[in-house]
Design a protein around this ligand. Sequence first.
Ligand SMILES: Nc1ncnc2c1ncn2[C@@H]1O[C@H](COP(=O)(O)OP(=O)(O)OP(=O)(O)O)[C@@H](O)[C@H]1O
Ligand SMILES: [Mg+2]
Length: 252
Amino acid sequence: MNEAFANDVRGPQGAVDIAGRGTAYVQVRGLVRTFGSGATAVTALHGIDLEVWAGEFVAVKGRSGSGKTTLLNILGGLDRADGGTVFVDGHEVTAMSDADVLRMRRERVAYVFQGFGLLPILTARENVGVPLRLKKVAPAERERRVVEVLERVGLGAHLNQTPAELSGGQQQRVGLARALVADPGLLLADEPTGQLDSGTAREIMQLIAELVRDIGMTAIVTTHDPVLLSVADRVIEIADGRIVGGFEEPGI
Ligand SMILES: Nc1ncnc2c1ncn2[C@@H]1O[C@H](COP(=O)(O)OP(=O)(O)OP(=O)(O)O)[C@@H](O)[C@H]1O
Ligand SMILES: [Mg+2]
């Protein structure tokens, strides 16, 4: 997981946290994102500072338009910042070339989308195999890992069904399996239960919490769902592009 990037820059967060929580897996400093320019410019993030510790499960809440998706997209390398720095696992995402960002997305960051993001013509097993194909994992090993992770999310009996043949909750289980199969250090999920009924949403949230704890990943999940807010280690609140709640205490 940790091979060096061509553009590797070690951040100050490599230091051990003073309160003994380990190292910051994600460190954000002064993050600014502005869409458009001139009179119509919209500043979605106004200078976000944030630390998420290795193994921590953080939920991000905030009203519609507060900047949650924008923040997650920049952390995951799906969008670029206009100012500030982001380090993930010691690598400065904000200084990476496009090729290094792609590599980071392939090797250490997994994304779960509200709309599941599955390829409709592929079966569950083929969808989950995509990240391993990109990593050029050999077919036999790929098959073993795909089946193992699909069984882990409770879909062992649905390997060969396409998304249209699965319920919403099952589709999101496939989305989770695909996110986990390449063994990422960081899981980012943007309202992963936004399209599910409340019972199914609860099951998916509890599954995410369980997986994060079992695997020891770091996870950042945006949600309005009280169930997820209650299972997260910490809840951060964003309002108008600023963090207004859930800061770390100084620790001493
Ligand atoms: N590509 C874009 N172009 C222009 N403005 C954008 C773009 N993406 C986001 N914005 C604006 O940035 C602000 C933050 O949007 P963002 O999608 O991050 O909010 P959100 O907190 O995820 O909202 P929701 O809960 O509805 O998903 C909003 O004012 C939005 O209109
Ligand atoms: Mg959003």
